[in-house]
Ligand binder design. Sequence first.
Ligand code: SAH
Length: 492
Amino acid sequence: MRDGMDERRKRQQQNGEKQNQKRKVGEARNQNREKQNLQKRSMADQKSQRQDKKGNSPKLPKTDATRAADACPYAKKCGGCDYQGMPYEQQLKEKQAFVQKNVGQFCKVHPIIGMDEPYHYRNKVHAVFDIDRKRGGNGKRRTNADRSRQAGSAARGGIISGVYKAGTHEVVNIDACQIEDELSDAIIRDIRGLLHSFKIKTYDEDTGYGLLRHVLVRRGFHSGEVMVVLVLGSPILPSKNNFVKALRKLHPEITTIIVNVNDKKTSMVLGEKETVIYGKGYIEDTLCGCTFRISPKSFYQVNPVQTEALYGKAIEYAGLTGKERIVDAYCGIGTIGIIAASGAKEVISVELNRDAVRDAVTNAKRNRIENIQFYNADAGKFMVEMAEYGRIEETRGNARTKGDGKRNGADVDVVFMDPPRAGSDEAFLSSVVKLSPKRVVYVSCNPETLSRDLKYLTKHGYEAVECQPVDMFPWTKHCECVALLQYKLKQA
Ligand code: SAH
């Protein structure tokens, strides 16, 4: 699944849609309208707050998703939005056709759930900082390329912030983005404006001089909590307390500020070391009625409105009765398993990222969920152990041999799997087949790898029943899906 922002290039294809597609897409979007109105209101609030404070707001396309959208002023240089200039209805058709092409051969594909207001949905915003080289930063001469990349206005001291131009390490200066949370963009612009007076230099990737590399802002959609992560090339932020004070004066909405140190020559944004310089070091947000802790590094879906639609569908597909033993694989900070736990007997969750597991354990406690356990492991290896040795059973002293004599693995009724873009692996899938849970609910951010994995599972005893695409990443070609598989030899 994951955040489409970082990986979006190759363009998508053809349109194999039926005439009534438009109507169906419209119906699916209506279902989602109520939730999105909430977002609309919150966006309007942010906007008026920002305009009150600054008296002006950056020019962005009007929010009329049915006509061809005006091109974003940064489109050519940024290259982040694959579907720039394409009406939203058409974007949904493209995605529907892509999912149909990849998954349609296995099962029915429902009309995609789109957004009513497909703007400013990203609740995680990242900006890289640099210097406008025409002003003599690093002593380099300004080229035409330098000139053309300046779309936003550089702050005092020639400081710019934004995204890397596609395929380069050239920073495109961005004031506001049509898919990013507007408050987060305003915070980033204001940090840009503060740096000069605090004598904070931006980091130079070539020489390793300077301090500020990136800023990451995450915002809780329901809670309104805001986290700012300052990624520095070395650990000391001069006048730290005054900087915090100045930033919070501009944005009292900020609830926590963290310094992350990344002193490596790397394309990774965040380094290992972190110091909390204001607040509690994380934010919380609610999703499907549960509360989740989000740390700087943990994965959390970037589109809160659509995530609720996606997870709601995943839970529905699981068909829980209260008696099930569930595996939640690739569980991140525990979201799906925690939401499902109250409807099941027990949940076993597995995740590779240690920080995410730590958050997951806290999240379970925070929601008073006791029938869930988390394992920090590779999901494939973990499932092999479960399938081969019933390791989970053994550790509790009640290892079982199945009556059918085929295997000694643990009993599992439902597997939720939500792997990264690369999809799952054979170790995992073959173990699912061995454990033969009645239902597999596959959440995927990549219809191509979903198709590959469905091929494996349908060859080995499973039947794909249905698939629901959800548009989590408007303006990009990325599309999320949730698919239900049922074990053919057992009745669900
Ligand atoms: N289900 C979660 C997270 C999905 S993102 C949610 O909806 O929020 C995919 C997750 O898979 C990430 O948290 C990533 O750290 C994890 N992951 C990637 N490779 C893995 C592996 N081999 N084994 C276990 N987890 C893995």
